[in-house]
Design a protein around this ligand. Sequence first.
Ligand code: UTP
Length: 223
Amino acid sequence: MKIVISIGGSVLISNQDLKKIRSFADTIKKLAKDHTVYVIVGGGWIAREYISTARSLGANEAECDCLGIDITRINTRLLITALGEKAYPLAPTSYQDARKAALSKKIVVMGGLIPGQTTDAVSAVLAEYEGADLLINATSVDGVYTADPGHNKDAKKFTTMTASQLVDIVTKIDISAGSNSPIDLLAAKIIQRCGIRTIVIDGHDPNNIIEAVEGRNNGTLIE
Ligand code: UTP
């Protein structure tokens, strides 16, 4: 299978935990033995802290987005380092470059691309562009809920949902730099238009990625 995995910076880089980064790298290398794997890395708390400081200093949202993109690329370098020779050594900065990098048969790892979106959108567009069979979003929540579970105790998790339901839910979430959403609106729209099988899972445990590839996920399946 051709698989695009989006890993939230908040789950990959928790307190620069070396064991965590290595364990993600081991999981990805294991999958890459049988599948073509692309990984998109998010910015996590480091991006949010930089964005918040820049905003307080007077930066507008697009400028904050650019800062967020830079942090996703720094996180990407850490994962490339952990993957060693199995990874393509440079992070592509366009979908065309990602395709070229994939010709190397190595694991392609990249971060953010343009302001006004998050790495969810990058992973959805890349999945469409490369004709992936599966898109996995390993994030800090364990699936898509009817409302933000952090703020609404009555929020219910979807085990399966349609892309149109996903679009309806994320439409209500704001898109300021660093904002929290299980999947951003652009990504949801891309998933809707290309119909790619997508699974949102709790990314804190890298093993959940293997489970999702093998069809045993505890998250939300969008199809
Ligand atoms: P992330 O993709 O990491 O956002 O990008 P996220 O989903 O909030 O973070 P995780 O899941 O906890 O890692 C961080 C920020 O970088 C900017 C946005 O401001 C985003 O909120 N960004 C990222 C872009 O503007 N464009 C991109 O292509 C990627």
